[in-house]
Design a protein around this ligand. Structure first.
Ligand SMILES: Nc1ncnc2c1ncn2[C@@H]1O[C@H](COP(=O)(O)OP(=O)(O)O)[C@@H](O)[C@H]1O
Ligand SMILES: [Mg+2]
Length: 237
């Protein structure tokens, strides 16, 4: 049985689906080319900038997201700017989306074929570095998984994408809805760190990812590198 809250979510999802369709023009500036996410209601689209013909990525908030979450994503991308992070272009707060650089020669690590799996341990140090970079900037990525890390084959570099779950380090998830006008949290909730975003959230996600390769055939060198990384990660928890 669906309750009224479920119904509201379904209605919202349908409205979201309706509002972004291939061919739709946003702010007279972009035309949606194709959905990028495989989710039933895509929040990431490839789009064409009408004036230049350039391809960009447009992202909006998922249905049911709390207010200010797009602004938070934008703020995270701005704070974490760098070679290893998805470049943000513009925020459109009125329409509720942001534009990002599209990387045509990159593929997410979820698309690694079994033959390419030995590339992962080589990319791992770059992923660690990218995450450290974000942590030093004061943010956790919050959703580390193979579909959210792009691999550029030409330069053999990686880029973190999808900052939809990024959080300022130390922020309690309970204060989410109101974080933007945060007037300071109580010292006790802060020191107890209850539900607060912490770099170990990202490291933990990475450990889970590496563990998925436990039963997969990789070269001896790769296994050695994976084990070494796991040993280091366990010191960060
Ligand atoms: N800037 C980009 N360049 C190239 N491909 C991208 C880019 N951003 C996203 N993608 C592709 O689209 C997929 C979904 O994008 P993502 O931003 O993670 O959306 P979602 O919120 O649906 O997970 C990624 O896994 C990747 O394959
Ligand atoms: Mg994603």
């Amino acid at each position: 049985m669906m309750n009224s809250n479920d119904l509201r979510m379904v209605a919202e999802a349908l409205a979201m689906q309706e509002s972004w369709q291939v061919g739709k023009v946003l702010d007279r500036k972009y035309e949606l080319t194709r959905p990028l996410s495989s989710k039933p209601v895509a929040n990431s689209y490839l789009a064409t900038e009408l004036e230049t013909g350039d391809s960009v990525v447009l992202r909006r908030c998922p249905p049911g997201a709390e207010r200010g979450s797009l602004e938070r994503e934008w703020e995270a991308l701005e704070a974490c700017k760098g070679d290893c992070v998805q470049e943000a272009l513009s925020l459109y707060p009125a329409t509720g989306f942001l534009s990002l650089t599209f990387y045509p020669n990159a593929t997410p690590l979820i698309d690694l074929t079994p033959e390419q799996v030995d590339a992962f341990p080589i990319l791992l140090p770059k992923i660690l570095k990218a995450l450290s970079h974000c942590h030093k900037a004061g943010w956790i990525h919050g959703d580390i998984k193979p579909s959210n890390v792009l691999w550029d084959h030409d330069s053999n570099s990686i880029r973190l994408i999808d900052f939809g779950a990024a959080m300022p380090i130390g922020l309690s998830r309970k204060n989410l809805a109101s974080w933007h006008m945060s007037t300071g949290f109580s010292p006790e909730s802060q020191s107890s760190g209850e539900g607060a975003a912490h770099p170990s959230d990202d490291w933990f996600a990475l450990i889970r990812w590496i563990r998925q390769l436990d039963n997969i055939d990789v070269s001896e060198t790769s296994r050695h590198n994976l084990d070494r990384t796991l040993a280091w990660l366990s010191t960060q928890m």
